[in-house]
Write a protein that binds this ligand. Structure first.
Ligand SMILES: [Zn+2]
Ligand SMILES: [Zn+2]
Length: 580
């Protein structure tokens, strides 16, 4: 966890330096170093001791010195100095939509705003508008932004929480007092956003376990009692540990996986059968509970097929389980390729060849390279000439590959009026076209829907990327009526994306379910900008499973021939004039 702790110090320093107005290179260096640390498989202390730290990409002398200092003293002096200049709460200001580091610095310096509460007060008192360049409208926007932030509360992306929960799980399993530790709760149900982590821990010596939590650096705060321990991880994440004996593990795991709604239905069903369900097992007529050997046994004794955690939401899963009609859900291994990745031709951080290597290493059979189009200038969108050059490069690369195919693709911008950022003659040459909105996201619902309608009039648009445009914790979804988009996609035979990037998770499971029910195909993609990002796919698979999707409904679960056949057929159908 030292790795993650130093990474979060570096990230905080990057943000503070940005507020301070330091050079972008310095800021970026800290962010890159943080990323390196987050992906470092070895223990930071070992890497420092062996001198390997100096060979980490991006670690110059100054950063190496800070890593050494951190391992030796547990802190970084330069970090402390920054915190003396700006309270850490100033960084909360950056979470307000539209509020950048420049403005945060001025708010702090000129108005003494040190956090969200101060900011809200200053906006309500009309003090914000005294800043040069600010007016009543900006004040209103900031208030709305604060409110949106508060509404989201403390929910975080599963992509942020799950790796930490797994780290805790691994740490627990190394303790002599622990027989077994398993992640439960909404994380096990792959809920897109979660408040905290729940783990079920098998131990026969709870006191010893509690004592070693802090000693082993697994938690910075430990509270609670005999069978339930609340801990705060070094990263600040809260986790609830349920301590159980081995004999109660299956029923406890089921109990602490939830959801509440699922359990209400299950208990109701049990009651009608003269049974009662608890974290200790299944009891008849108020007797002592029988322990269960597995979750399967619990469902079996209630006359039900096993309900996968992702479907335990209190919808219609019990009826389906009773009829043996639960869907066979998509699995990670069903996926044959990723159909939305970037390379360093636009804003990706790895070469085309590196991305292909990474995809092959993950057992994929194809990969669609979808760099940005010219309108996304900050992301180095490809001019038509550059795209043609890339097509040629990919064709050459394909001739050297066996059992693997790189698809020439694009993430083509849908411009403000709904036209596409590349001409038809160019789109026609591509194997796979994802069309996405990256600008003017504040348009009203009607305009946005018309924009998608116009884009989907093109027969070449195979999929719509990150359809609602939300960025978790940073930007709300666009006002586009998703039902309307689903209807358009159904009519035009285009797929909708489940973007698995932890900051997007878009479509979410609720909308993915609606889309599938309307007969729309989904595509689970990572939008990877780095080889490691290909592993985000598990979050997309989680969403697909929560939506009840099986391989037949997800186009990248199909082999290359089937996929290309589908694309050809859908483009042909989309080119036919609509019936009069
Ligand atoms: Zn995009
Ligand atoms: Zn993208």
């Amino acid at each position: 966890m030292q790795n993650l702790r130093l990474a979060s110090i570096f990230r905080e320093m990057a943000d503070l330096l940005e507020v301070k107005g330091e050079s972008v290179f310095k800021v970026r260096a800290y962010r890159r170093a943080a990323e390196q640390l987050e992906q470092l498989p070895e223990d930071l202390a070992d890497v420092v001791r062996s001198g390997g730290i100096e060979r980490l990409p991006g670690f110059g002398q100054a950063l190496v010195a800070k890593a050494r200092e951190f391992v030796a003293t547990g802190r970084v002096e330069a970090h402390q100095r920054l915190l003396a200049e700006y309270p850490a709460q100033v960084l909360d200001l950056l979470k307000v939509p539209g509020l950048g580091p420049r403005l945060a610095e001025r708010l702090h310096r000129e108005l003494g705003v040190g956090g969200l509460d101060d900011l809200e007060q200053a906006a309500r008192d009309g003090r914000l508008r005294t800043l040069r360049g600010m007016g009543p409208r900006a004040e209103e926007k900031i208030l709305a932004g604060i409110e949106a932030l508060r509404r989201q509360g403390a929910r975080r992306s599963i992509g942020e929480v799950l790796p930490q929960a797994r780290w805790l799980q691994a740490g627990l399993e190394r303790l002599p007092a622990v027989e077994r530790a398993v992640v439960a709760g909404s994380l096990r149900r792959w809920k897109e956003t979660v408040k905290d982590a729940d783990l079920v821990v098998v131990t026969s010596t709870p006191a010893e376990l509690v004592a070693s939590l802090r000693a082993q650096g697994l938690a910075q705060e430990v509270g609670g009692g005999e069978d339930r321990v609340a801990v705060v991880l070094p990263t600040g994440l809260k986790a609830d540990l349920r301590l159980v004996e081995a004999v109660h593990f299956p029923s406890a795991l089921h109990h602490f996986t939830g959801s509440k709604e699922h359990h209400v239905l299950l208990r109701e069903r049990a009651r009608r059968m003269g049974l009662s369900v608890s974290e200790y097992g299944l009891a008849r007529d108020g007797g002592t509970p029988d322990p269960l050997a597995s979750e399967e046994e619990l469902y079996g004794r209630l006359g039900l097929a096993f309900v996968p955690p992702e479907l335990r939401e209190g919808h219609e899963e019990l009826e389906l389980a009773e009829q043996g009609a639960l869907p066979v859900l998509l699995g990670r291994d069903d996926l044959k390729g990723d159909l939305h990745v970037h390379t360093d031709w636009s804003d990706g951080r790895a070469s085309l060849e590196q991305m292909v290597e990474a995809a092959r290493a993950r057992g994929y059979r194809y990969l669609a390279v979808c760099d940005h189009s010219p309108a996304v200038r900050v992301a180095g969108g490809l001019s038509p000439e550059r795209l043609l050059a890339q097509i040629e490069r990919i064709e050459r690369l394909n001739r050297t590959l066996e059992g693997f195919r790189v698809l020439v693709g694009t993430e083509c911008d849908i411009l403000a009026d709904g036209t596409l950022d590349y001409p038809d003659e160019l789109l026609e040459r591509l194997d796979w076209v994802v069309a996405s909105i990256h600008s003017r996201m504040g348009q009203d619902a009607e305009t946005l829907l018309a924009r998608y309608r116009r884009a989907l009039e093109s027969p070449w648009v195979d999929a719509v990327g990150h359809p609602t445009g939300r960025l978790l914790g940073r930007r709300d979804a666009m006002e586009v009526p998703v039902e309307g988009l689903v209807e358009l996609a159904a009519r035009r035979g285009a797929a909708l994306e489940i973007n698995a990037s932890p900051e997007r998770l878009d479509l979410d499971s609720r909308w993915a379910r609606v889309a599938a029910q309307a007969g729309v195909r989904l595509v689970v993609s990572t939008d990877a900008h780095h080889p490691e990002h290909l592993d985000f796919i598990e979050y997309g698979v989680g969403i697909a499973r929560r939506a009840g999707l099986g391989p037949a409904q997800v186009v990248n679960a199909w082999d290359e021939k089937e996929l290309l056949g589908w694309i050809r057929a859908r483009r042909e159908a989309a080119r036919r004039p609509p019936p009069a």
